[in-house]
Write a protein that binds this ligand. Structure first.
Ligand SMILES: [Zn+2]
Length: 115
C-alpha cells in the first residue's frame, strides 16, 4: 500500500478514506453509491458530479477517497439520520432512477451563486 501523493492538508482523522475518486475515472459510468446506515435507502450520484461538487465546495476533489465522502455529507436522510456509507458504484446507469442532484450530496456553507 504505497502512498505516492502527499496531502498538504493534515487530516485530523486519518481513517480508511478509500480509493481516490480519480481512480474510478477509468471505469466508465462509475458513480458513488450513498447508503443511509439507518434506513438503508440507496442513491447513486455520478462520479464527475461528486468531484465537481467537492471542488465547488472546497471540501475535496479527485483525490478525495470514496469512503471519505460519507463524512462530508451534511444533508440528513429522509428518515432523519445523518449516518452515511459511501462506496463506488460500477455501471451506475442501472440505478439511474436513484440518481439525486449533486446539490443534495454536500451542503455548501459558503454559497457563491453567480447567477
Ligand atoms: Zn435514512
Amino acid at each position: 500500500m504505497g502512498r505516492s501523493n502527499v496531502s498538504p492538508v493534515p487530516t485530523s482523522a486519518d481513517t480508511d478514506d478509500g480509493v481516490p475518486l480519480a481512480h474510478y475515472r477509468q471505469h466508465e459510468g462509475c458513480g458513488v453509491e450513498i447508503t443511509c446506515n439507518v434506513c438503508v435507502k440507496r442513491r447513486v450520484v455520478g462520479l464527475e458530479a461528486v468531484i465537481a461538487r467537492l471542488v465547488a465546495t472546497g471540501r475535496g476533489g479527485p483525490q478525495t477517497g470514496v469512503r471519505a465522502i460519507a463524512r462530508l455529507i451534511r444533508e440528513p436522510c429522509g428518515c432523519g439520520a445523518r449516518s452515511w456509507d459511501t462506496r463506488p458504484a460500477f455501471r451506475a446507469g442501472i440505478y439511474a432512477d436513484g440518481v439525486i442532484p449533486p446539490a443534495l450530496l454536500i451542503e455548501d456553507q459558503e454559497r457563491s451563486d453567480d447567477a
